[in-house]
Design a binder for this molecule. Structure first.
Ligand code: UDP
Ligand code: MG
Length: 189
């Protein structure tokens, strides 16, 4: 079973590309960010904890996120996996390795969507007007970039060392044009 991680900074297009991929392939899909937003909407205990962290642009603890991922993968063990927004720390990547190993799944493969920060900022500010996400304001976006540089960028190096990393240009071209490159890679994985 394939384990595909769609990787990239906030605004890189992970959600957009995931939607296109899911029309063409039968992946079990999980976006940890979407789950957290759903929990906030429900007003659950987790949602209440996560809301403040997300509005500050910080990361929800590895423990909580890994717990969510673990149950999702266990419940979908017969399917190919598409992970959006996870892992966000090296600790999470190590935990994922462990989960995949325990479930006898193969290694995870990472595809990064590469986009420059100034373009990311423009995209997120535009998305704010359309979707009204509370964490899509300039101050919070800056902190999300900081968190990405400090904690998440190292995840790419982690997979590069294992030769499980590919990156594509996520900046130039329409979402459809970018998806062609991505689908090409997925077919070969
Ligand atoms: N978040 C988190 N861990 C995750 C996913 C999301 O802490 O595994 C939080 C974090 O505060 C992040 C926010 O939720 O800034 C939004 O995440 P999402 O992946 O939806 O946004 P993106 O970074 O793709 O714009
Ligand atoms: Mg997203």
């Amino acid at each position: 079973m394939r384990n595909v991680i769609l990787f990239g900074a906030p605004g890189a297009g992970k959600g957009t590309q995931s939607a296109i991929i899911r029309e063409k392939f039968d992946f079990a899909y999980i976006s940890t960010g979407e789950i957290l937003r759903a929990e906030i909407k429900k007003g659950s205990e987790l949602g209440k904890q996560a809301e403040q962290i997300i509005n500050r642009g910080e990361l929800v603890s590895d423990e909580i996120i890994v717990g969510m991922i673990k149950s999702f993968i266990s419940e979908n063990n017969s399917k190919d996996l598409l992970l959006d927004g996870f892992p966000r720390t090296v600790k999470q990547a190590e935990a994922l390795d462990e989960i995949l190993k325990t479930l006898n799944r193969g290694e995870a493969k990472v595809v990064e969507l590469e986009v420059n920060k100034d373009v990311l900022m423009q995209r997120l500010l535009k998305r704010a007007e359309i979707e009204g996400r509370k964490d899509d304001n300039e101050t919070t976006i800056r902190e999300r970039f900081n968190q990405y540089d400090a904690k998440t960028a190292a995840v790419a190096d982690y997979y590069k060392k294992k030769n499980s990393y590919i990156s594509i240009d996520g900046e130039h071209g329409t979402p459809e044009e970018i998806s062609v490159k991505l689908i090409d890679i997925l077919k070969k994985l």
